[in-house]
Ligand binder design. Structure first.
Ligand SMILES: Cc1cc2nc3c(=O)[nH]c(=O)nc-3n(C[C@H](O)[C@H](O)[C@H](O)COP(=O)(O)OP(=O)(O)OC[C@H]3O[C@@H](n4cnc5c(N)ncnc54)[C@H](O)[C@@H]3O)c2cc1C
Length: 398
């Protein structure tokens, strides 16, 4: 993992509490390295990329050069030979860049679109898609959501008709992160006319395939630096060798992927809360009103204490879920709790920070308004809070 140590010196400690399970000294070294990279290579450009509503693909190239796109992937595919915990560190620390959109674009590539290729792909598929993705040469997106099917995955209508040598795909996807720039799309399609969860399969579609088009780059409330695409497929021929996993068993792939996606979202929220908390403490100690720093007014002090509480409890449940997931046990309940606990809290923390910053918080310059807009996606994406509550209810036997 030599590449991981490329950026290490002179970075402040990531968290106040030092070493916390399941992380080890090695992960903390990586954490410092990532922080240094984020502060040097990403954060200075974030305002520009937010204004442009686009971050350059060069970000992927730079991250690939220091091994960050392949932390958990095996060395034989160009990865760093690490595991989920290394990616977890990356996900938490990326929040330091201050742009939910940038973190999401990177996260969609590393965290949700390439893992199914790694876990369920053939060696040939890994060579064709995972290897260039780890090098940052091909950008990936995951396409599940459709105009008529979001929370209810069983409502997917995009249909792949079996023909000689492959499939002919017709349909559309929406709200796809990296959807505009993606070179390939790991896509959920129906392969039978049966209803419900049956007959879902995964196909890898390529941007250059005839009939594949980006119908729209969507305008959003937050996540401005990321491209969110609406995609259309008209008689797209997809060869047999692009079927990922078993035909009609795609629902299992989707569910397996969701656990990791939700954990990554929880980790990102923890990182975001930590960053916002630190900035708010700094501001509240500096800004004076009625002859003293606003931090010395009890109402503000209590608000910040509440923010710290959300951050610390969010971290505790998230690290607990991560540990269980990493150990390979059934972590559905804990992952669900982590996602549910952290997403609304991250928004509330940003909203409280906005209040503490007063008028300054409403100004773009301080990046607090961006945090509020960006974190609002958390209770919606990757499974809404209502769906998380439903899953938790089932886990409780209700
Ligand atoms: C910026 C952004 C990026 C995204 N990136 C991706 C991506 O890369 N790939 C991808 O595939 N998708 C992506 N999504 C889609 C995202 O996962 C969905 O928006 C999300 O799953 C919710 O689906 P929906 O928007 O269709 O809402 P709906 O399913 O229509 O839900 C609407 C409301 O009804 C509630 N609801 C639905 N069912 C129930 C129920 N049974 N009980 C109680 N309440 C219910 C929901 O909680 C919600 O409040 C992205 C979305 C956004 C906004």
């Amino acid at each position: 993992m030599a590449a991981m140590r490329a950026f290490t010196k002179g970075v402040p400690p990531a968290r106040p509490s030092g070493l916390m399970p399941p992380f080890t000294e090695e992960h903390e070294e990586l954490r410092e390295s990532i922080r240094r990279f984020v502060l040097k290579e990403l954060r200075p450009h974030v305002q520009q990329w937010e204004d442009d509503e686009w971050f350059p693909n060069e970000v992927f190239h730079k991250m690939a050069a220091v091994g960050f796109l392949g932390l958990k992937y095996p060395e034989e595919y160009g990865g760093e030979g690490g595991d989920y915990l290394h990616d977890a560190v990356l996900s938490e620390e990326l929040a330091l860049c201050g742009s939910g959109g940038l973190a999401a674009g990177i996260g969609a590539h590393i965290g949700i679109a390439t893992p199914p290729v790694w876990k369920f792909g053939t060696d040939e598929q890994k060579q064709r898609y995972l290897v260039p993705a780890i090098k940052g040469e091909k950008i990936a997106a995951l396409g599940i959501t459709e105009p008529g099917a979001g929370s209810d995955v069983a409502g997917i209508r995009t249909f792949a008709k079996k023909v000689d040598g492959g499939y002919v795909v017709n349909g559309s996807k929406t709200f796809i992160t990296n959807g505009v720039r993606a070179d390939f799309l790991v896509t959920a399609v129906k392969t039978t006319q049966e209803g419900g969860h049956h007959g879902l399969s995964f196909l890898i579609l390529e941007k250059d395939m005839e009939g594949y088009s980006v119908s729209q780059k969507l305008k959003k409330m937050g996540w401005h630096a990321s491209d969110t695409g609406e995609l259309a497929f008209q008689d797209v021929f997809v060869p047999d060798e692009n079927l990922l996993g078993e035909e009609n068993k795609g629902f299992y792939l989707i569910m397996a992927n969701f656990q990791w996606e939700r954990l990554l979202m929880a980790l990102g929220a923890v990182g975001s809360m930590q960053r916002t908390l630190e900035r708010t403490i700094e501001y509240a100690l500096e800004r004076e009103a009625f002859g003293r720093p606003i931090a010395k007014h009890q109402a503000i002090r209590h608000k910040i204490a509440e923010m710290a509480l959300r951050c610390e409890t969010g971290r505790a449940v998230t690290y607990n879920a991560l540990r269980l997931f990493y150990e390979g046990g059934d972590a559905v309940k804990q992952v669900t709790i982590a996602k549910l606990k952290t997403q609304r809290d991250a928004f509330d923390v940003a909203d409280d920070a906005l209040q503490v910053f007063g008028g300054a918080g409403y100004m773009k310059e301080y990046e607090i308004e961006r945090a509020a807009r960006d974190t609002r996606l958390g209770p919606i994406g990757g499974g809404t809070d209502e769906i998380m509550s439903e899953i938790l209810g089932k886990q409780l036997g209700l």
